[in-house]
Ligand binder design. Structure first.
Ligand code: ADP
Ligand code: ZN
Ligand code: ZN
Length: 699
């Protein structure tokens, strides 16, 4: 470089830890002009890292003399189309809204492999990828399309009207929502557009993948989710970014896929909690999808049988007390002769006699008979229990010892299969002791019931039935889930025991009975969303039964409960989501909770509970002036989290509430820099980590 070389000043975002206080882009010098959205390698401290050229510096060109202090861009990942402006806008919005640094957000949503390659490695990868990208598609034979139901036709007619509003497709399970997505996708493809279809958990929906692939044979379909290898993920992402993929099917991370020809976004099962990232940048992919659709002026369809109360409220007309922001399309009927199973609420207080010192049987006699009837007819039953393991705790009746986790404020779960005590919070695992560790008593007993024990007890009660189980323990091995599902579909299992994992999405043809054996806990949970989640889970579970028209008439959903009159079960019985939602909304309004208010949670982890809480108190003090300045922001007292200690780290949280989203945003943005300082000071006193969670799922 000679003294009069003209350098370009560029602003680059790099992945910097949130707590470094580096929020925006850094200035670098470059000998070549760079476009916003290009990927570069730049020096950062002693490392060279990948960054995204964000925008042109307002100063434009600078002389080398004037900017001797600017570091230079090390290399450019050339041959990659710059990330489009819409992508940068989405990332910038997400970073600001969820209170993360721009660099963290931008780099987090790129394929991991892309972040690690230097320019030379990138060129080599690119050569190999180019070959894969040019692979011809197999010849297409298109399946015949089913004739639309009247409701589907109506929904599609409404969707054909170009409008700015997001659509909430509210349709029962089996009403044919997916068919509506596919038809709308076809329209977009015919217009030369790309379509993004989001699902909550792609591992659980291989059927959807197959259906999309079958319907659009001859088109390029790619999936994007965390179970792909880094190489697959990079390839699929590139195909999307280069405009070669027509349909992208992905989990929450796919909302950030750059799509130059985007024409439609679908968010299936929009109420599902999996759309919210639960660590790091805690974004909601559902909400970002709505934002992105508006930004890129494309339609978005949110689909669900039990919409989140936020979406429901947004789709409720103002005349009914809602926000009237979304277009609501209803498809209450199941396709064909399908009807939802009859709901039977079984009052446990009537059928179970209290037996001294003995645990009640897992299912009441009546339910057992109903299951046996199914088995005898060659039909299948699904028994749901949302707790894995054999028993949630072991107990010594002599001295009162319980299998607590030494590192957490939680019990360790007894897993009988491998005879371990396992903490589901920190993972601490030990072999089950032969005798009570405190008093030596050899008679230590499991208390309560998980899926392993339920499976064992059902097998004992029904020796002729073939019992299977699906939960996170069974499916830990790759391919195990598919194998187990295949045996259900093949009719090799009569009774399937499972957690919520099996309640979602699967198209079981022969299931005519679904039973929730212990759903009451959610009725009394402190989390304000527990009821909403439980209702949706039970309704989805019910949707697993009676999918086969021939058996639909005799399908049943059983609920074992000590509280049969609870409004949640009453609404379930009538499949009356609107009444359930109206009641919930009323409660939320009175309590000042979402969707009537916006929440953020300031979370802290410390070596002691006092350290965690002290940070929160100091943070509240520091932010008081900005709360006063913004107005209508309420800071609640710091409290321990529901599970207070995990892996020897104490956790506390402080809720922040405002009736106005914008006010809360302004407050958080003002407070972040103050909290960075507060955290710096509190680190000496045992603060370990802290973070803001905007729109938290649970409180
Ligand atoms: P949802 O997504 O609402 O649960 P699906 O779209 O999966 O419903 O439809 C349920 C079942 O009905 C599927 O097997 C699907 O192939 C079938 N189906 C959907 N629409 C029609 C239709 N118009 N005619 C016949 N079968 C249909
Ligand atoms: Zn003991
Ligand atoms: Zn633990």
């Amino acid at each position: 470089m000679t003294a009069d070389t003209v350098l370009h000043r560029v602003r680059v975002v790099v992945e910097a830890p949130q707590h470094s206080g580096l929020w925006g882009a850094l200035d670098y010098a470059s000998e070549v002009a760079l476009l916003p959205g290009e990927l570069v390698r730049v020096p950062l401290g002693r490392r060279v890292v990948t960054g995204v050229v964000w925008d042109e510096a307002p100063e434009g060109e600078v002389s080398a003399f004037a900017q001797a202090d600017l570091k230079e861009v090390a290399e450019v990942l050339s041959g990659l189309a710059p990330l489009p402006k819409a992508w940068r806008q989405l990332v910038a919005f997400a970073a600001a809204y969820y209170q993360r640094s721009l660099g963290e957000m931008a780099l987090m949503v790129l394929p991991p492999e892309l972040r690690q390659l230097d320019a030379l490695q990138w060129q080599r990868r690119r050569k190999r990828l180019d070959k894969a990208l040019l692979e011809p598609l197999p010849p297409a034979s298109l399946p015949p399309l089913p004739e639309l139901t009247e409701q589907q036709a109506q929904a599609l007619a409404a969707l054909a009207q170009p409008g700015e509003q997001p659509c909430l497709l509210w349709g029962s399970t089996g009403s044919g929502k997916t068919e509506v997505y596919l038809r709308q996708t076809q329209r977009a493809l015919d217009d030369g557009k790309q379509v993004l279809i989001m699902v909550p958990e792609i591992n659980l929906t291989p059927q959807l993948e197959a259906r999309v692939a079958e319907r659009f044979a001859g088109r390029r379909i790619v999936s994007l989710h965390s179970a792909l290898t880094p190489a697959q993920r990079l390839r699929n992402w590139l195909m999307a970014h280069l405009g070669q993929a027509d349909v992208v099917l992905g989990t929450r991370l796919s909302v950030f896929t750059p799509l130059p020809r985007l024409g439609l976004i679908v968010v299936d099962e929009e109420h599902d909690p999996s759309y919210k990232q639960q660590d790091g940048a805690r974004y909601s992919a559902r909400d970002l999808a709505v934002y992105r659709a508006r930004l890129e002026k494309v339609p978005v369809i949110l689909g669900s049988a039990t919409p989140s109360l936020e979406s429901w409220f947004n789709a409720l007309p103002t005349s009914e007390g809602g926000a009237g922001r979304y277009l609501r399309l209803a498809m209450p009927a199941r396709v064909g002769d399908g009807v939802m199973p009859r709901v039977r609420v079984l009052d446990l207080s009537k059928v179970l006699k209290p037996t001294m010192g003995q645990e009640p049987p897992p299912v009441a006699q009546e339910l057992l008979h109903a299951i046996e009837e199914r088995t005898a007819r060659g039909e299948q039953s699904l028994v749901l229990l949302n707790r894995r393991g054999y028993a949630p705790v072991l107990h010594c009746s002599d001295c009162g010892w319980k299998s607590g986790c030494p590192h957490c404020s939680a019990w360790r779960v007894f897993h009988k299969q491998d005879r371990t005590l396992r903490c589901h919070h920190c993972g601490f695992t030990e072999r089950v002791p032969r005798a009570c560790p405190d008093c030596g008593n050899t008679d230590i007993q499991p208390v309560g019931r998980g899926t392993e024990r339920l499976e064992e007890q059902l097998a004992a009660a029904m020796p002729n039935a073939r019992i299977g189980r699906i939960d996170a323990d069974v499916t830990r091995l790759k391919g195990a889930l598919e194998e187990q599902l295949a045996s259900v579909h093949a009719g090799e299992i009569d009774v399937l025991v499972g957690t919520q994992m099996v309640a979602k999405g699967h198209d079981f043809r022969r299931i005519t009975l679904v039973a929730a054996v212990n759903p009451d806990a959610a009725l009394f949970a402190s989390d304000f969303r527990a009821a909403e989640r439980q209702f949706s889970l039970l309704l989805q579970a019910a949707g697993r039964a009676g999918r086969d028209a021939e058996a639909a008439g005799r399908s049943e959903m059983w609920v074992q409960t000590w509280h049969p009159m609870h409004p949640l079960y009453q609404s379930l019985r009538a499949y009356d989501y609107p009444t359930f939602a109206a009641r919930q909304l009323e409660e939320r309004q009175m309590a000042g909770l979402p969707p009537y208010a916006s929440l953020a949670m300031l979370r802290a982890e410390g070596k002691t509970q006092e350290a965690a809480q002290a940070f929160l108190r100091d943070a509240a003090d520091a932010a008081k002036p900005s709360a006063d300045a913004v107005g209508c922001v309420t800071l609640y007292p710091a409290v321990p989290t529901p599970v207070q200690r995990v892996a020897n780290i104490e956790r506390a949280q402080m809720m922040i509430e405002s009736p106005h989203r914008a006010a809360l945003q302004r407050f958080l943005t003002d407070s972040q820099p103050l909290w960075l300082d507060v955290a710096q000071k509190n680190r000496r006193n045992g603060l370990v980590r802290w973070a803001v969670d905007v729109d938290p799922l649970s409180i």
